[in-house]
Design a protein around this ligand. Structure first.
Ligand code: ADP
Ligand code: MG
Ligand code: ZN
Length: 479
C-alpha cells in the first residue's frame, strides 16, 4: 500500500519588543537568572497584567502579511496547567477568539507553486525556563529562571495542507523571512526565537480521511524539521505496515540520532480548561488601526521579487538572491537609487560584495563599501574611465581604505586609456614583435586575435579600453 503524509505546523515566533507582553520587564536575552522579573511575571497574587500595545501591532503586521482577517474583537484566555516554570499555574493565551484567522502563504517547491492555509495566529506569553545542572551561585541542582516568563509570542497555526518535508521547510523559510522582514522577530532559531511543532500523519493514497497525528515539539532548525518529519513519516508507515496503530502523542526530536521519541501520550494530554481571562478586557481593534498598520508595512519579499523582475529586468535567480534578506535588498536598492544600472549593480552585489562579506565573515549591514560609493564606482565603469577589471582592484582598495573610487583611480593612475593614438602605438609595437602571428591571422587563423588582445592589454597594464583595442586591432591586423 502507498501512503500519503499529511503535515500541519504550529510555529512560535518570539516578538522583538523591548518589554514583556503584560509587564514592563526587559526581554533582553542572556541576563542573569530572574534579574528581569516583577510581581506580574513572577505571578504574585494580586498583580495585574497590562497588555503591551506593541505586541498587538506586531500581531496585526504578521496577520496582514499572511493575508489573515484581523478580528475586530479578540479575547485572552487562561490555559491552565501546572509546571514549575509557570508560576501563575496558567498561561495567558488566546483560544476561541484569536486576533488573526483564515490566512495563507504561497510556497514553491521544485518550481511548483502551492498555497498553504493559515488557520489562526494568536498572542500568548512564554513560560520561564528550568535550568538543570550548574545553577550560578547554587552549585548543582535545578533552578527556575523566570526572565523568559511573560515574553511575547505569536503562535501561527497552519492548516494540514502540507504533504512533504520539503513543503514544510519551504513554508517555514517563507514565514521566517516574512517575520524578519517585518522587523517583529530577530529570527534567531538557535536561541529559540522561531521554533516549530510538526504535526504529522499518514493515510493510504486516495483516502480522504486523515490518519492519527503525532506532534513533534520545539524543533529549532530547518534541517531538523526536515529530518524529524521524514523520520516520523517512515516510522508511522512502518507501524501501520506491521499491523499496529498510530497513537496520538507528543514526541521529541533528537538531533544526534535524527529520530523522534514519545514524550507523552494522549492519556497524559492536558485538559487545559481554557476560559476567558477575567484580568484582561476583550481586545478591540479599530479598522483605522489595521489600515494604518497596513500602510506602514514594508515591501515584502514576494512583492520585491516580482518588482525586481518586472521593473528592474532581473532574472528570477538574481531577484531571489537579492531579496533573501531585507538588509541585502535595501543595500541593493540604495545603489539603484544612486543611479546605477540594475543588472550591473546586481552583478556587483552578488559577486564582489558577497565574496568580500563571506571572506571576512561580515553581514551586509557591516559592509565597508557603502552603496553610494559602490554606485560611484559603477559610474566610473559606465563612463569608460576604468575597465570592469580595474574596477575590481579599485573595489578591493575601497574595501581596505574606505576611500572614494575617484580618489583611488587618480592616486594610482588607473584611468582607462581610450586615446586611440596611444593604443595604436602599442598595437604597432606588438605586431612588429610578432610578425609570425600576424601572418597566421592574415592566413585565416582568426584564433590568434585573442593572443593580440591579451598582449595589448598586458602592455597597457590593463588600462587600455578593451572596446577600443578590439576595434583598432581588427583594422590593423587585416592590414
Ligand atoms: P493542538 O494545540 O492540539 O496541537 P492546534 O489546532 O493548535 O491543536 O494545532 C493542530 C495542528 O495539527 C495544526 O497545524 C493542524 O493543521 C495539524 N493537524 C490537524 N490534524 C492533522 C492530521 N491528521 N495530520 C497532520 N496534521 C494535522
Ligand atoms: Mg499543538
Ligand atoms: Zn515583569
Amino acid at each position: 500500500m502507498e501512503f500519503q503524509p499529511v503535515i500541519g505546523l504550529e510555529v512560535h515566533v518570539q516578538l522583538k519588543t523591548n518589554t514583556k507582553i503584560f509587564c514592563g520587564c526587559s526581554t533582553q536575552f542572556g541576563a542573569s537568572p530572574n534579574s528581569q522579573t516583577c510581581p506580574v511575571c513572577l505571578g504574585l497574587p494580586g498583580a495585574l497584567p497590562v497588555l503591551n500595545k506593541k505586541v498587538v501591532e506586531y500581531a496585526i503586521k504578521a496577520g496582514l502579511a499572511t493575508h489573515c482577517n484581523i478580528a475586530p474583537r479578540s479575547v485572552f484566555a487562561r490555559k491552565n496547567y501546572f509546571y514549575p516554570d509557570l508560576p501563575k499555574g496558567y498561561q495567558i493565551s488566546q483560544y476561541e477568539l484569536p486576533i488573526c484567522e483564515h490566512g495563507h502563504l504561497d510556497i514553491e517547491v521544485d518550481g511548483i507553486g502551492k498555497r498553504i492555509g493559515i488557520t489562526r495566529i494568536h498572542m500568548e506569553e512564554d513560560a520561564g525556563k528550568l535550568v538543570h545542572s550548574d545553577v550560578p551561585g547554587l552549585g548543582s541542582g535545578s533552578g527556575v529562571d523566570l526572565n523568559r516568563a511573560c515574553t511575547p509570542l505569536l503562535e501561527i497555526v497552519s492548516e494540514p495542507d502540507i504533504r512533504t518535508a520539503d513543503e514544510a521547510v519551504a513554508y517555514l523559510k517563507k514565514l521566517h523571512q516574512i517575520v524578519v522582514y517585518l522587523g517583529i522577530c530577530d529570527g534567531n532559531m538557535e536561541e529559540g526565537s522561531f521554533r516549530c511543532d510538526a504535526n504529522v500523519s499518514v493515510m493510504p493514497v486516495g483516502s480522504d480521511t486523515f490518519g492519527t497525528r503525532t506532534e513533534t515539539k520545539n524543533v529549532n532548525s530547518f534541517r531538523f524539521v526536515k529530518q524529524a518529519i521524514e523520520y516520523e513519516i517512515e516510522r508511522q508507515i512502518e507501524v501501520i505496515e506491521e499491523g499496529g496503530k498510530i497513537v496520538q502523542e507528543t514526541r521529541l526530536f533528537d538531533p544526534d540520532s535524527c529520530t523522534t521519541r514519545s514524550m507523552r501520550g494522549k492519556e497524559d494530554a492536558h485538559d487545559y480548561r481554557y476560559f476567558p481571562d477575567p484580568d484582561l478586557v476583550p481586545l478591540v481593534i479599530s479598522n483605522d488601526w489595521v489600515e494604518d498598520t497596513r500602510l506602514g508595512l514594508p515591501e515584502l519579499p514576494e512583492a520585491k521579487l516580482s518588482r525586481y523582475q518586472a521593473e528592474l529586468g532581473l532574472s528570477l535567480y538574481d531577484a531571489e538572491v537579492l531579496t533573501a534578506s531585507r538588509e541585502l535588498a535595501e543595500y541593493y536598492e540604495e545603489i539603484i537609487a544612486a543611479g546605477s544600472q540594475a543588472k550591473a549593480a546586481a552583478n556587483w552585489v552578488m559577486g564582489e560584495v558577497t565574496r568580500g562579506l563571506n571572506d571576512n565573515g561580515l553581514a551586509i549591514t557591516a559592509c565597508p563599501v557603502s552603496p553610494a560609493l559602490l554606485a560611484e564606482l559603477l559610474a566610473l565603469i559606465d563612463k569608460g574611465t576604468i575597465s570592469n577589471k580595474i574596477a575590481k582592484t579599485v573595489f578591493d582598495e575601497m574595501w581596505q581604505s574606505g576611500k572614494r573610487p575617484e580618489e583611488i583611480v587618480a592616486e594610482k593612475g588607473l584611468v582607462q586609456v581610450s586615446d586611440t593614438g596611444e593604443i595604436e602605438k602599442i598595437i604597432d609595437e606588438i605586431m612588429a614583435a610578432n610578425m609570425g602571428q600576424v601572418e597566421e591571422f592574415r592566413g585565416g587563423k582568426e584564433k590568434v586575435f585573442g593572443f593580440f588582445v591579451g598582449q595589448v592589454m598586458r602592455a597597457s597594464k590593463g588600462k587600455a579600453n578593451p572596446a577600443v583595442v578590439n576595434d583598432l586591432l581588427l583594422v590593423k591586423l587585416k592590414g
